[in-house]
Write a protein that binds this ligand. Structure first.
Ligand SMILES: C[S@@+](CC[C@H](N)C(=O)[O-])C[C@H]1O[C@@H](n2cnc3c(N)ncnc32)[C@H](O)[C@@H]1O
Length: 252
């Protein structure tokens, strides 16, 4: 299939080239490493859980995998469906919460969950992990990618103001230790601030929850801030600190 114009961009360019600078950091250190790690293959059945507008789903479908996507945000799924209509890659989308996946048991070879679980409570994360286990075939792969919990700590450049790619401003300056909900403040590409309520999950939370649910850990990786990622979105600040975290597991 030949892709042109917007369709080409939808499939081959970072979202951030359309103006959202924050997302480019996520592209470099979250989305692309996640796609590489999950390594969806031609003919595999793959689920993009929390698919948003379908960026990850489309990238995986381009490998020849049969891709399904679901997200609880109707407007996001609508965007994904519109892109699919403009340039079909055979992806099937549903509006659904990932804590109750609308798919049969043992259906998928792989499940991707990228940049989703900071929006979910520990209970919701555990429900999703149990659901991913149910819908995966034996030895099926689950990949989770989240912002690294270090960026929410007081010593992180995001809290000390030494960087401007995301300025996190919790109300106090205490370290975070337990899973907790808090309000973070980001700066968008126009320099305007906006806030978002997210969950802090400690670094050992996902490995523990995944092991308890019947997954074995295949690979864990920390993505450190790079000059390339910062420069790509016109931001400044230190490099080399933990910024994103990915964990690849296998159902047993
Ligand atoms: C930052 S976007 C990431 C979208 C996509 N995974 C990507 O990387 O391009 C987060 C998405 O997760 C979805 N989400 C978060 N928690 C969810 C849940 N429990 N069930 C379904 N969708 C969820 C949100 O609606 C949102 O579309």
């Amino acid at each position: 299939m030949r892709l042109e114009g917007d369709d080409y961009k939808e499939n081959h360019f970072f979202w951030t080239e359309k103006g959202d600078r924050l997302t480019v950091i996520g592209d470099y250190l979250g989305r692309l490493p996640s796609l590489k790690l999950l390594d969806a293959k031609k003919g595999e059945y793959v689920l993009d859980a929390g698919c948003g507008a379908g960026f990850i789903a489309r990238k995986m479908a381009l490998t020849g995998a049969k891709v399904f996507g679901c997200d609880r945000a109707e407007a996001m799924v609508q965007r994904a469906v519109e892109t699919e209509k403009r340039c079909s890659l055979g992806i099937e989308y549903k509006v659904s919460d990932i804590t109750t996946l609308p798919y049969k048991n043992n259906q998928f070879d792989a499940v991707a969950c990228v940049a989703v679980l900071i929006h979910d409570s520990p209970e919701e994360c555990k429900k999703f992990i149990a659901e991913a286990h149910r819908v995966l075939k034996s030895e099926g792969r689950l990949l989770i990618s989240v912002t690294h919990p270090f960026v929410y700590q007081p010593e992180s450049p995001n809290r000390t103001g030494k960087t401007n790619w995301a300025v996190h401003s919790p109300l106090d300056n205490k370290p975070m230790t337990e899973n907790q909900r808090f309000n973070e403040i980001y700066t968008n590409s126009e320099g305007k601030q906006f806030s978002s309520t997210v969950w802090y999950h400690p670094i050992d939370f996902f490995p523990k929850a995944l092991s308890e649910a019947g997954f074995s850990i295949v690979h864990e990786q920390t993505m450190y801030m790079t000059k390339e990622a910062l420069e790509a979105c016109g931001h400044t600040g230190p490099i080399g600190y933990p910024s994103f975290y990915q964990i690849l597991t296998k159902k047993y």
